[in-house]
Design a protein around this ligand. Sequence first.
Ligand code: CP
Ligand code: NVA
Length: 336
Amino acid sequence: LKRAPPPHFITLRDLTGPQIGSLVQSALQFKHMCKVEGKTAHPDLPLKGQTLAIMFSKRSTRTRVATETAMAYLGGQGLFLSSQDIQLGVNESLRDTSQVVSSMCAGIMARVGAHREIEELAHYSSVPVINALSDTFHPTQILADLMTMHEVAVAERCPPGTLPHEVNFRDTLQGQRVAWVGDANNIVWEMMMAFPKLGVDLAVATPKGYDTPAVLRETAAGFAREHRTQVAYTQHPEEAIRDSHFIVTDTWVSMGQEAEKTKRLQDFKGYQITHDLINRSQPHKDWKFMHCLPRKQEEVDDAVFYSPQSLVFPEAENRKWTILAVLNALLVNKRY
Ligand code: CP
Ligand code: NVA
């Protein structure tokens, strides 16, 4: 008998809108349970005695802390393994590492370089594999962004005291418009795989020479056609920001691109998010700012980053609740 492959979490491209919705709804419930009801651990400790291998070949603050604390919440243990500790594709193939680690652990969370590395780990793993960032996608980040967008919509549009987990996430997101201003990278590409399925329009501004690969544009366009949303591209930040509810950026120099720093800083001139850029671009009157972090001054100045419109810290905290929801779905429920 051929065993069914475990459910992996590699990119939101592979999930339906309702599946993404149920993960966000579960994250909202966990946040409420912990922070409002005071249940600082899951009452059933469903992952007691189980271990998640957290194999990271790049640095991390948020994803690592979120994952280790989420595993503790569920009664399990996170085992952090950096590329200094294990043979992650260096002295041993990913295939062999995956087979060995998955024979001892309940799941694998991996931060890799090339996207094919996470696909290879998943292909050979007998347990669920979660993508903690590759050079193409960052699914756990975009789940947290969606949760944050929902919370702010509830706070601004629902009667005072409305609890975010009691409102249908998919209703609040319909008709929202997100402006991406910055690099064509893993963060915006992951947004392109999710937003069009959830009623959210996306306008992407990247400089000349920093285009999104055609294959990703085609996938996003297919979702947009099916769900009657828009994904638009421009080289003018003002055009993307116009009428947008959320203005989002990320570092101009992602991990692994350090050698290109000088050229990139030159190429991204005019892309720094400032109040001046936002005001002259005519955003939606209640615009908000988001950034996955870590952040540098060059892509957004302090005035915007630390402004009341900035959601960066709730967005970072929501990494924990969304990763908790993913772990609960994959390792406890064994399905989305
Ligand atoms: N946003 C994010 O993934 O942060 P870390 O690199 O610190 O995990
Ligand atoms: N684009 C960034 C995201 C970090 C969370 C990087 O890949 O380094």
